[in-house]
Ligand binder design. Structure first.
Ligand code: PMP
Ligand code: GLN
Length: 384
């Protein structure tokens, strides 16, 4: 995590957004929307500040937000939660993941099974906990895991299977067969399931199936989500954890010493967001699906091989038809060559596996339609 000169190595997102800013390129790299979320939610935060919600929130979160999280889980998934014991507010999904890993894994005898490529903080937090990362490959172009490879990765040393569905960076949505197999293996080897579902409302052919709803999963599953993606408010960094009381308590025990609490006025606003009508949530998925289709069409026209995402902000392409042999080098040149930023998939894999993903690039569709159209136009110019 540190460079030879002692400086912190920036994350790929920070690096690529800085490159976009310095070159003026269109930023289809870091996954953040270029339009803010619903006015009712923004207004609720302004009101909270005006009404004096400006001191520390309770460690677990304001009871009204905990109640709104429980209502949301019941409304969309039929999951019944006791909000006072089975829910917890965190500083984004990032803190939820860090606190969960630090709560349950400890040292080199614990193994954490992850699907590779993986969101960058997973490997970093597993490293902080001292545990061993056991990657299961997701392969181009559908990015579903091979069930035999999954079964081989999970053993009695597995403390945790870390799921991310819909998946960043690939945009894949795990098949029901995969979810069932994860639950079966977790039972057989007495492992926890930790599931990062920040893109739960960005499934294009819904409904989203939380792994916690697979029979036999709930009692060993910690579910994580966040307001960032659903409400296009990634800077609010307000997330939550749900699951059995004793598991959530263990996460809270760590979380309270990481940050104690996050920003108070965001909590009532996120509660208002979680209570928006069904039509809002349906429109979030529909709009992102339309943007993903638009981006996919543009990328295909530009000459890339394009995978079809089932959800999330992201679309992965193979850049070899455009002459790429190394996605990292390709992405570093792309701003100058085409005025567009993407992220190499090699940023999401362990060093030993870079070769497998050598020519794959992730583009984010969570941008205004005009920006996606302009990016497609610029990319098409490369091969003209
Ligand atoms: N998990 C995944 C899969 C993500 O893509 C992100 C990025 N936003 C996060 C976690 C972090 O979420 P937050 O900003 O709520 O910490
Ligand atoms: N989740 C966002 C992405 O995958 C980035 C978040 C971050 O910058 N850490 O692009």
């Amino acid at each position: 995590l540190l460079a030879p000169d002692g400086s912190a190595v920036p994350t790929i997102f920070a690096e690529m957004s800085a490159l976009a800013a310095s070159t003026g390129a269109l930023n289809l790299g870091q996954g953040f929307p270029d339009e803010d979320g619903p006015e009712a939610v923004l207004e609720a935060a302004r009101r909270a500040i005006a009404d004096g919600v400006n001191q520390y929130a309770p460690g677990r979160g304001f009871p009204d937000l905990l109640a709104a999280i429980a209502e949301h889980q019941r409304r969309f998934y039929g999951i019944e939660l006791d909000p006072a014991r089975e829910a917890l507010v965190t500083v984004g999904a990032t803190e939820a993941l860090a606190a969960t890993l630090l709560a349950f894994v400890d040292g080199p005898d614990d193994e954490v099974v992850v699907f590779e490529p993986y969101y960058d903080s997973y490997a970093a937090c597993v490293a902080l906990s001292g545990a061993r990362l056991v990657p299961v490959p997701l392969r181009w172009p559908d990015f579903q895991p091979d069930l035999d490879q999954l079964a081989a990765a999970v053993t009695d040393r597995t403390r945790m299977i870390l799921v991310n569905d819909p998946h960043n960076p690939t945009g894949t949505v795990f098949s029901r067969e995969v979810l069932d197999e994860i639950v079966r293996l977790a039972h057989r080897h007495d492992a926890l399931i930790v599931t990062d579902e920040v893109y739960e409302h960005l499934v294009f052919d819904g409904p989203h199936v939380p792994i916690a709803t697979v029979p036999g999963a709930a009692e060993r599953t910690v579910s994580i989500s966040s307001a960032g993606k659903t409400f296009s408010l990634t800077g609010w960094k307000t997330g939550w954890v749900t699951g059995p009381a004793e598991l959530v308590s263990a996460v809270l025990a760590v979380k309270q010493f990481l940050t104690y609490v996050g920003g108070s006025p965001f909590q009532p606003a996120v509660a208002a967001g979680l209570r928006l009508p069904d039509t809002f949530f349906a429109s979030v998925a529909e709009e992102m699906a339309a943007k993903a289709r638009l981006l996919g069409t543009g990328l295909r026209a530009a000459g890339f091989d394009v995978s079809t995402p089932g959800g999330s902000y992201f679309t992965v392409v193979d850049a070899s038809p455009l002459g790429a042999v190394d996605a990292d080098a390709f992405c570093r040149e792309l701003p100058a060559r085409a005025g567009v930023v993407g992220i190499p998939l090699t940023a999401f894999v362990s060093p030993a596996h870079r070769e497998r993903y050598a020519t794959l690039v992730r583009f984010a569709a969570c941008k205004r339609v005009e920006v996606l159209a302009e990016a497609a136009e610029r990319l098409a110019a490369i091969s003209r």
